[in-house]
Design a protein around this ligand. Structure first.
Ligand SMILES: Cc1cc2nc3c(=O)[nH]c(=O)nc-3n(C[C@H](O)[C@H](O)[C@H](O)COP(=O)(O)OP(=O)(O)OC[C@H]3O[C@@H](n4cnc5c(N)ncnc54)[C@H](O)[C@@H]3O)c2cc1C
Length: 297
């Protein structure tokens, strides 16, 4: 089948090292390889999460299928009704592709602000959405606010599902299935992404607030999507805050006060970075920052 090659000079011990990494030249070849490896294999995108498996005391798979050289997965297509982002598009490439599209300011900020420049040059949007153990993924909350769909491909065809549904099934995707595209509808809206790293840029964020708002001529909120990341194990929308902002003029301080009244629905996750209560407590401030950014967009 594919010409797998053993890893040389791996930073992990030989006992932990995968038996092969196959660099797929095409999507068909990648899907064939993933299908043949079954549960022993997995996609390798930017590798920025996989490379830290030994630090997290997680076993590596025996076989990886590298998808970063597949042309159709590394392209951003900007259409009139939607943009289509290949799953292997890196954070850096995504930020560059969206630079002139104000309606995607939030997504561009997420892609531009995650981790550090070296990681952003490698980490992919598909890897960001697919990593179920990674609560602090920046692109997830912002794409939840943009009503994004995810295309999943296998040897037997393709299907398209909403991002929230994808998040619910991502840890149980059948072997041989690959997220291949993220489809984001275009609309007139104000979007923003606010994150709080503990010390400085490069840290995982303690909490993230992304939002997407449509306002009328009097600046009253007509539609609101607000999502929170890094606070709970998986990012999710904040429907009570969305509803509370509807019909009111967009005012950052007032939005933060309303958020403070509604944070009780979040159960923050404790970790070595930050206790759960702290993650929840910073949400009103992040709502304020995101609203200010949206007002300026
Ligand atoms: C020190 C450090 C700090 C970081 N900080 C941040 C941060 O603050 N915010 C942030 O968003 N990111 C951050 N990252 C990057 C983060 O690891 C990536 O955003 C992402 O979670 C993994 O993307 P990847 O392309 O490297 O995936 P990989 O490591 O290649 O894969 C991760 C997992 O996803 C699976 N996978 C990958 N692509 C697909 C696909 N198309 N379909 C199905 N499954 C797939 C793999 O099999 C694997 O299980 C950081 C990374 C490091 C090392």
């Amino acid at each position: 089948m594919m010409s797998g090659f053993p890893i040389q000079n791996s930073p992990v011990s030989a006992r932990d090292a995968p038996a092969s990494i196959y660099v797929a030249p095409s999507l068909v070849a990648a899907l064939d390889a993933l299908s043949e490896y079954g549960a022993a294999g997995a996609p390798l995108a930017g590798g920025t999460w996989i490379m830290r498996s030994p630090i997290r005391h997680e076993p590596l798979r025996s076989h990886y299928v590298a998808i970063g050289r597949i042309a159709e997965l590394t392209t951003v297509r900007i259409g009139g009704d939607a943009i289509e982002i290949g799953a292997a598009v890196t954070h850096a490439a995504l930020a560059a592709a969206l630079a002139d599209l104000p309606e995607f300011a939030g997504l561009a900020a997420a892609a531009r602000g995650s981790a550090n420049p070296a990681i952003r040059a490698m980490a992919t949007i598909g890897g960001n959405l697919a990593t179920s153990e990674f609560a602090a993924a920046d692109c997830v909350p912002t794409l939840l606010c943009l009503d994004a769909d995810v295309e999943i491909s296998g040897r037997d065809g393709r299907e398209r599902i909403g991002l929230a549904d994808f998040l619910a099934v991502r840890s149980t995707l059948a072997p041989g299935r690959l997220a291949t595209r993220i489809i984001v509808p275009r609309a007139e809206r104000k979007t923003a992404h606010a994150r709080l790293p503990l010390r400085r840029s490069g840290d995982y964020p303690v909490a993230i607030v992304s939002l997407s708002l449509s306002v009328d001529a009097a600046n009253r909120v007509q539609a609101a999507r607000i999502a929170v990341g890094s606070v709970e194990p998986s990012a999710r929308r904040w429907p009570r805050l969305e509803a509370a902002l509807l019909g009111r003029p967009l005012d950052a301080a007032a939005a933060a006060r309303t958020a403070a009244e509604l944070t009780d629905e979040f159960v923050g996750r404790d970790s070595v970075d930050a206790p759960g209560w702290y993650r929840v407590s910073v949400l009103p401030g992040l709502v304020r920052r995101a609203a200010i950014a949206a007002l300026g967009s």
